[in-house]
Design a protein around this ligand. Sequence first.
Ligand code: SF4
Length: 435
Amino acid sequence: MKTKGLRNNKVNIITLGCSKNQVDSEVLLTQLRGNQIEASHEARNDDANIVVINTCGFIDNAKQESIDTILRYVDAKEEGLVEKVYVTGCLSQRYKDDLEKEIPKVDAWFGTRDLSRLLKQLNANYKQELVGERILTNPGHFAYLKISEGCDRPCSFCAIPLMRGNHLSRPMEELVREAKNLAKNGTKELLLIAQDSTYYGLDLYKKRNLAELLKKLSDVEGIEWIRLHYAFPTGFPMDVLDVMAGEKKICKYLDIPLQHGSTEMLQLMRRGTTREKTEALLQTIREKVPGIAIRTTLIAGHPGETQKYFDEMMEFVERSRFDRLGVFAYSHEEQTHSFSLKDDVPEKTKQKRVDQLMELQQGISLQLNQAKIGKTFTVLVDRKEGGSYIGRTEFDSPEVDNEVILVTNDHLRLGDFVEAKVTGASEFDLIAEIV
Ligand code: SF4
């Protein structure tokens, strides 16, 4: 990992899991540097003597990755390559008592709402004046904006409320200030994230206030694209669609995890909706925001999912023709409602069903992409890879969706918007020429 000669009180932050964890790590990084403490994020061959691992506790695979990472740094400590190992984030929040016994070489464990205590441990003080400031760990032209923490929904399979607590909206002024600071530092695309973004404001303003937040963020100079993630179908605030249709800066893009396509399964999963209501919502979204790209997430193999219910989900995917789709195999998570049900779908069947859904989606995605050939789109340039530039249209979120391979001899700047005509398409990528 690295040689001797550690730098005193230099912190290296390691982030696992989702974009919400990434934002938490960025806030920690900002607070540490604000306290004149040297800190880096996932720096390779780093000479930091302190490591903070921000873990994920979502489902089995993610938990295993977190534990493997912790053990790797505990080994590094044994070898004298680091002096202190601290663990924070969802896995620590959920399993602290067990982990403390199982991995005693970790110096201290922190929860998901423990920033002040963690900072204290690192000889730093929480600086209120830094709220709204953030050092980004991804290329600066896009940034995640976490609009709330936690979740009040009762979804039967989900352990997130156990790790992230109840829903807590961030004040609108604070979010607008953060967006302005990010724009000042070159951010052009804001990705709004939460556990449930459509719940925004219900706790703080006693009403769903996402539409107003979107309008306010649209007024921030320098921000060109605003992208909405993690919408919840039940009680969907329709005024959001009017703002999406009316505001040029808001991407015609909606990430709305639906989780299943069978009414019986949606009820078993405590999603508070039905197949019919879901299809009606999708139709309204597409009518109110023509050309919108819809991303969703589904779970295959939840307890009680018979072949019949799975076939209904396949039919739902075929009919709904989502632009982007992610599928998870059900993970039997302690302390969730579903944990009291028999995990009756064999692992092999779960995986087979995930593969069948993704195969179906691959065909749909190819057709949708081929229909874009000959059309011109605005593309945000993300990076250079080999001789090509890679970018995204407004219909694609970083790291999870399609990319555009830009064919050009020009020199492009990362973070620039270019007009590009699509000349080729594959399942998950487009090829385009600058026009
Ligand atoms: S809305 Fe999302 S985070 Fe909240 S309980 Fe449901 S699945 Fe979990």
